[in-house]
Design a protein around this ligand. Structure first.
Ligand SMILES: O=C(O)c1ccc(O)c(O)c1
Ligand SMILES: [Mg+2]
Length: 603
């Protein structure tokens, strides 16, 4: 299918938008009137620029408040339209989008609307262009696609068809199956946008919160399928009004948009891609730091053992159960302290993972392992974290994909089994995202790695509001939590965290206390509230209180968790899941965030 993007979806000048769309591989663009009016380029120059970039102008828009008006208003509308038809010829655009009227001048009269749209299409024909009629979800009299189609049918002009826009259809809860009742050749254009599911005014929702398919909650792929089954063969065009994308860098947004379209075509059964290779665990988390001493002390108290030293680099391997942490003291000095720089993802078939990542335009870092290190493919995540496709487990590595652990020389600091091992694996990793990459990140993890995003949740911090969205595999053996704060301060101002799983959180808490390491202090008010919310027996509550352990529960089971202090950009969480609890203790995040602020102020 031809791919297209509306200029409104990208930031910058018209020239910047065109360049970004072309660089991301789009075939065409919808040109928005505002972008054209504000451009210093003449329509002929824009046409030439579009051609030079290998693009086509698929559509010009919007033309508003055209139909079902009194005769004098109609005369003015036709005059206005004629100007636009002449402009379109200069621009090389052959299709005009006409939105259903929102004007108080319009009357509720389908026959009149049809007759006037017929006149408009006839005039368009004289200029060699056609008209696509779109029902805005907030149109005054026409606000559903089937109503727009009835009017187009009644108008009965070969130069008049409908424009279907997934947002207008799905935001109103219209049934997209009805699209199949429209002959494909009368669907002149198909616009695609997704949106997070929200209960709000549909105009505000559309103008501020649209996002690329796969980033929100609509089933855009099913709608595309219905359009294909109707016989539609025109372009798939993204039309996204989004406050964040308006500010973000256009080149990157265009790539995100194209990734969305590639994945959408796969979901709609229009193209095949290599199947996702879903990672089934976290092989390691790599912390970069100039001064590793405080972290070494903490890891020791947590029960980790240093088990290896990289043969050629200043990188240590620390292990406990299946939890593996790398301490990297090389690289650029990180004066601010430790930062989570990389994650190893247990990937059964690394080569197949790369084969899927490439057509989805995932930013792969060239294999840069210096021989004789084990070569690994690396994906640069939207927040800059490097994701290594790797294999660790016994029996898995083969000649082509040896285990990354082979680069490490065993260094048994103390005999194995000497320390109690209460931590079993990395439960999840929380990664703050740059403000403009939150939706991009969710889409990348979903499409490239086959992880399932959950709904976004909002969490209050004493100084603002966070959005948080978890992505995980079906088994829950790989879980990442993406966070974003809309306010100032990039991710560098907010910590990352590594959550370690245990089967005995009280034993871990005791160990911390015995070594004089205080967990994050939780206010007494929290435990009073907990007693009100849950019927916990007094002894249990006392244990939680005395160790700073937080508690949550869902329909599947229970969750106990505690936090360490923050080291540079990173803190650790210790979590105990029982009975299939699926969440992340979001209930408690507000208390945790406030406690972290308090701790910063007092230490
Ligand atoms: O928000 C609007 O007015 C508007 C304009 C043109 C469109 O194609 C659309 O879907 C919405
Ligand atoms: Mg539209």
């Amino acid at each position: 299918m031809r791919t297209s993007i509306a200029t409104v979806s990208l930031s910058g000048s018209l020239s910047e938008k065109l360049s970004a769309a072309a660089a991301a591989g789009f075939d065409g663009v919808e040109i928005f009137e505002n972008d054209l009016i504000a451009s210093p380029l003449s329509p002929e120059e824009i046409r030439a620029r579009v051609a030079d970039l290998g693009l086509t102008v698929e559509l010009y828009q919007p033309f508003r408040d055209a139909e079902a008006v009194p005769a004098d208003v109609l005369a003015g509308n036709l005059r206005r339209a004629e100007h636009k038809f002449r402009l379109m010829r200069r621009l090389g655009a052959e299709l005009l989008l006409v939105c259903s009227s929102v004007s108080p001048d319009a009357v509720d009269d389908d026959a009149l609307a049809a007759e006037q749209l017929h006149q408009l299409a006839s005039l368009a024909g004289e200029h060699g262009v056609r008209v696509a009629y779109e029902a805005l979800a907030w149109g005054r009299h026409v606000n559903t696609y089937d109503h727009a189609w009835r009017i187009v049918q009644a108008a009965d002009h070969p130069g008049l068809g409908v424009c279907l826009d997934s947002f207008h259809i799905l935001s109103r809860g219209s049934d997209p199956r009805g699209i199949e009742a429209i002959p494909g050749e009368k669907i002149f254009f198909l616009q695609l946008a997704d949106a997070p599911l929200m209960a709000m005014d549909v105009l505000q929702w559309s103008r501020h919160y649209r996002c690329f398919p796969g980033q929100g909650g609509f089933d855009v792929a099913a709608l595309v399928r219905h359009a294909m089954d109707a016989g539609y063969r025109g372009p798939l065009s993204l039309e996204v009004f989004n406050d964040v994308f308006r500010q973000a860098e256009a080149g990157r947004t265009a790539v995100d948009a194209m990734r969305s379209l590639v994945a959408l075509q796969e979901s709609a059964g229009l193209t095949g891609l290599p199947a996702p290779v879903v990672p089934d665990g976290i092989a390691f988390a790599e912390l970069a730091t100039a001064d590793s001493e405080p972290l070494r002390r903490l890891l020791t108290v947590l029960g980790f053992t240093r088990t290896g030293q990289h043969a050629r680099k200043p990188v240590e391997l620390w292990e406990q159960g299946e939890a593996r942490l790398l301490l990297n003291t090389g690289g650029p000095a990180r004066r601010e302290g430790p930062v989570l720089a990389a994650l190893g993802l247990e990937t059964p078939e690394p080569a197949a993972a790369v084969a899927r990542a490439e057509p989805l335009l995932a930013p792969l870092v060239p294999r840069r392992a210096t021989a004789p290190d084990v070569p690994l493919d690396v994906l640069a995540a939207p927040d800059g974290t490097e994701l290594f496709f790797c294999r660790t487990r016994p029996g898995q590595p083969d000649a082509e994909h040896p285990s990354w652990t082979q680069d490490f020389v065993p260094t048994r600091d103390e005999p194995a089994g000497e320390r109690p091992h209460h931590l079993t694996r990395i439960d999840h990793v929380a990664l703050p995202q740059p403000w403009q990459r939150f939706d991009e990140a969710a889409l990348l993890y979903r499409t490239v790695l086959g992880l399932r995003p959950r709904e976004s949740v909002e969490l209050a911090d004493p100084y603002g509001l966070f959005r948080s969205r978890a992505v995980a595999n079906a088994e829950g053996t790989l879980r990442l939590v993406l966070n974003v704060a809309p306010g100032p301060g990039g991710p560098e101002a907010r910590p990352q965290h590594i959550a370690l799983a245990t089967d005995d959180i009280v034993a871990v808490a005791r160990r911390l206390r015995d070594h004089g390491t205080r967990p994050l202090a939780i206010p007494a008010n929290y435990y009073d509230d907990l007693a009100a919310r849950h019927d916990l027996d007094p002894d249990t509550l006392d244990t939680l209180r005395s160790h700073g352990i937080l508690y949550d529960r869902d329909e599947h089971g229970e969750f106990h968790h505690l936090y360490t202090a923050t080291y540079g950009h990173v803190f650790f969480e210790v979590v105990q899941r029982t009975g299939g609890y699926r969440g992340y203790g979001a209930q408690n995040a507000t208390v945790r965030l406030a406690a972290q602020h308090t701790r910063q102020l007092t230490t």
